[in-house]
Design a protein around this ligand. Structure first.
Ligand SMILES: *Cc1c(COP(=O)(O)O)cnc(C)c1O
Length: 431
């Protein structure tokens, strides 16, 4: 369910026509819907009503401050994977105690920073990280609350690049090796064991891998308690899939029923780290047709958005629905076209042979389900400025990240001193 729908022959985000935003701010831009974000958050958390549970939104899915704030206002915590994401969560108003720090490569500086901010939980992913965290915490006279991220060796049956819970994936510590880390954690200074964590992958569209992984983890909780650890939090990660192309992932309530069944006897606070399921279809990427190009029997629709704006089709062969802002008449003939961006890469393709209504230059196209792993993965490749992000709320919209300028793209760079500044048009400092 989302709040992007046709009205009076054109696509709206809630009560705002996308054409109006395009006319005011230019394309390409991401557009997010507040009502959709709130709806998904409510449905997901509501499925666990009556359960002792915390919801730490996975910031990496969509890190825009206004998006995080929208969820934080509804009570969400945050799952972060870098100091940058930690700063975003804090800036958006998430309480430090509601922040979980995940990630296989947290640096000394990041651990130190997170300790200073007094975050709620570190999900430790290696023995070496455990030692480092202990060192830093002890030297500061602080205590880190930790869970070990256990790799349950379960195949999430998702895209190779977003599977994280198999023994060959880099994430987590396998069992029983993790048992030794728990034993060490118990005696290391500056460390307090509070739980167990798992996250087996993303865009998971059936319950079976979750069920298998959580069943293993619940067994592990028993063994750890037997070893004398006070396990009071069970962090089950994120990963619930969404429909991009006719998939039928479990609903949040089906997912919750399974979780309740598997964890019925465990007596822990449950922690969830949903990302995609909250923000995925709360966002679209709006783009303009630059050219229609006929070539060797092929039609190419060249957009002003590209793989630097939305990488998923190039990176994961991901399917995104693409629709025109102007609604097609019921009797319109659709013809296949390759929908591509302007980047100098053959892989800069949003869709191959996609049936589309007749299109002309300046038509607006909307790439749907772009709210998760969209803007966060964008880059400046081909020196294309970052696209704007807009948040709609009822009948108003506001820019929540403006279009980057060419100036801003250049601003981080310096000419080395050995070039004569007078020959360089863009100089800094000395004349
Ligand atoms: C990416 C990630 C998530 C969120 O995954 P989704 O598929 O977006 O729900 C949660 N936890 C961890 C540790 C992650 O790396």
């Amino acid at each position: 369910m989302d709040h992007f729908a046709y009205r009076n022959g054109e696509l709206y985000a809630e009560d705002v026509p996308l054409s109006r935003i395009a006319a005011e701010i230019g394309t390409p831009f991401f557009c997010y819907s507040t009502a959709t974000l709130q709806h998904h958050y409510r449905v997901f958390t509501g499925a666990f009503s009556g359960v002792d549970a915390a919801f730490c939104y996975a910031v990496k899915a969509n890190a825009n401050l206004a998006v995080i704030r929208t969820l934080a206002e509804m009570g969400a915590g945050a799952d972060v994977v870098s100091a940058g994401e930690l700063e975003r969560a804090l800036a958006a108003g998430v309480a430090p105690a509601q922040i979980v720090f995940s990630g296989v490569g947290k640096s000394r500086e990041e651990l130190s920073h997170a300790l200073d901010k007094n975050i709620g939980q570190f999900n430790v992913e290696s023995s070496a990280e455990l030692d480092l965290l202990s060192d830093i915490a002890a030297s500061k006279g602080l205590t880190a609350q930790i869970a070990v991220r256990v790799n349950p060796d379960v195949d999430a049956d998702t895209h190779e690049k977003i599977s994280t819970g198999r023994h060959q994936d880099k994430f987590g510590i396998p069992w029983p090796a993790a048992r030794e880390d728990y034993a060490r954690a118990k005696v290391l200074p500056g460390i307090e064991v509070v739980g167990v964590a798992a996250h087996i992958g993303s865009q998971i569209t059936s319950l079976a891998p979750f069920d298998a992984a959580f069943t293993k983890i619940v067994g592990i909780v028993d063994q750890l308690r037997h070893d004398g650890h006070d396990i009071r939090r069970l962090d089950l990660g994120g990963g619930l899939g969404i429909p991009y192309e006719g998939e039928t992932p479990p609903t949040p309530s089906e997912y919750a029923e399974m979780v309740k069944r598997v964890t019925a006897a465990v007596d822990c606070e449950l922690v969830f780290e949903p990302g995609r399921v909250i923000v995925g279809n709360a966002g679209v990427l709006v783009s303009r047709v630059l050219y229609i190009k006929e070539s060797a029997g092929h039609t190419f629709t060249v957009l002003d958005a590209a793989m630097n704006d939305l990488l998923r089709p190039s990176l994961y062969d991901a399917h995104h629905a693409i629709v025109p802002v102007r609604e097609s008449a019921a009797d319109t003939d659709f013809h296949p076209t390759d929908i591509v961006g302007p980047i100098c890469e053959s892989g800069d393709v949003f869709a191959h042979g996609r049936p589309m209504p007749p299109l002309v230059t300046d038509d607006l196209l909307v790439i749907r389900t772009a709210g998760a792993y969209g803007a966060v993965m964008s880059s400046n490749y081909n020196s294309r400025p970052l696209a704007a992000e807009v948040l709609v709320n009822g009948d108003i919209f506001e820019i929540v990240r403006r279009h980057q300028t060419n100036e801003e793209m250049l601003a981080l760079e310096e000419m080395p001193s050995w070039f004569d500044d007078r020959n360089v048009s863009r100089t800094r400092g000395v004349a």
